[in-house]
Design a binder for this molecule. Structure first.
Ligand SMILES: [Zn+2]
Length: 188
């Protein structure tokens, strides 16, 4: 049986502008090429799974309902572009809660691998932060860095120092998508 490849996507800084805590629809601003890139992944047979830390919930800056509204709004924008996300995984906890799901811990990826019956070695994770790449590493998923946020510098540096594995560094979301599609063809 052929296992479906999947792409895990970080949210803030990867799909939308990282403005600190995004708690309202106005603050959710998609980065260029995101809807088109996700449509490409859909077309090429990848499952698309969003994996995001949202401690603003634990901090009381927004409710679960507020977050749901933002994700519904995003899903509508995707729909208009003929794209869709297959799964949403959110860590609502505070960093001090010590939960298993908050990245850099791999809890959300593990859960998705289980839920969708995935082969982690055939999956990719796209993110802009050290914690994204660490979560990818901890779950045996190929990590891709997008340099679309100021946080990416830190991850790039850690990679150059040899302490953070990164399979590919992309200047844009679309570049990351095309690289994964090519790389996945090599694997199969
Ligand atoms: Zn959590």
């Amino acid at each position: 049986m052929k296992v479906q490849p999947a792409v895990f996507l970080d949210r803030d800084g990867t799909l939308n502008e990282d403005r600190g805590y995004v708690t309202t629809l106005d603050e959710f601003v998609l980065l260029p090429g995101v809807c088109e890139g996700i449509a490409r992944l859909n077309e090429c047979g990848f499952l698309v799974i969003v994996v995001t830390n949202q401690s603003a919930i634990a901090r009381g800056f927004m409710t679960e309902k507020d977050l749901l509204r933002i994700h519904e709004h995003f899903a509508e924008q995707l729909h208009e572009a003929g794209a869709h996300v297959n799964g949403w995984y959110v860590c609502p906890h505070h960093p001090d809660d010590g939960c298993a799901c908050r990245k850099p811990r791999p809890g959300m990826i593990h859960q998705a691998v289980k839920d969708f019956d995935l082969d982690a070695s055939r999956c990719f994770f796209v993110g802009d932060k050290v914690s994204d790449l660490q979560a990818a590493q901890a779950s045996g998923v190929e990590g891709i860095l997008v340099t679309t946020s100021p946080y990416a510098k830190q991850a790039k540096l850690a990679h150059q120092e040899g302490v953070l594995p990164i399979a590919y560094i992309a200047d844009s979301f679309s570049q990351a998508i095309e690289w994964m599609i090519q790389d996945s063809r090599k694997m199969s």
